[in-house]
Design a binder for this molecule. Sequence first.
Ligand code: ZN
Length: 264
Amino acid sequence: MPMASRPTSPGSASSQRSVRSYMREMSQGNGRSSANQKRRLTVQDFYGDGVTGCLMQGRYQTDTVYAWFQKRHIANGKRLIDDDGYCRIEDEDGTVHEWKPPLGIRLAMCHKLTRPHIVNAEPWYVTFHYHGKRAKKYFQSLASAVIYVTTKAQYVDPHASIVSRHGFDIPARLRGKIPRPWKWCPRCLDARKFRRVGDQTFFCRIKTWDAKKGYYVWPERKLLLMECPVCGITNRNHIFRRSNQPWSLRKLGPRTRLRKKKDK
Ligand SMILES: [Zn+2]
């Protein structure tokens, strides 16, 4: 990492002011240059930190910049996805491309971004089979990935998928409704059939219903290691484990909340 790109203090007033002016120029799109700014900034100019230069520079990690990314994400989601769930894009020659993203992707487009989705330069990728190999193309925004699949990748591989490198929990409406042997994949944002990874095993606690006790218990079990055939996430991932556990509703009454600890 070059010394010149080391972050200054993120919350300083000077950095807040400079970022606001940069964002104003970007949103207005007038291309005017200020004394310190010789050219119009692009999104890639915010990145450059970390070992590989793929992290956002510390001086840009402010509420103003985060809000701009959130606004762009939500606006693109509303613009790209029609009411019937399809993404339709018309080419310059009049060809209309049409693709229906999976439910998880459509929900993610309406969902707020988490911090890892903003501070990483390429938090999404599109994967597809090309000449017998699995290819990947990385993207900064989910909207760019959806446009790429709609206009290009779906014609190369009809099963082209968008993968989030930072997992999402299962949507509330799908909890407990994914039939076996499918499981919720937190990175594909879709249901997948997981496959075994050789004979590898691991130990973990499993949420199981105890009929005698009448409540869930967490005994330790030995499990086979399974992986998603598309993104490679395994069943050892904590978001996978949380999403694919049995879900139950617990009603909290006044007595539950007012329960006092026993005196020692
Ligand atoms: Zn997956």
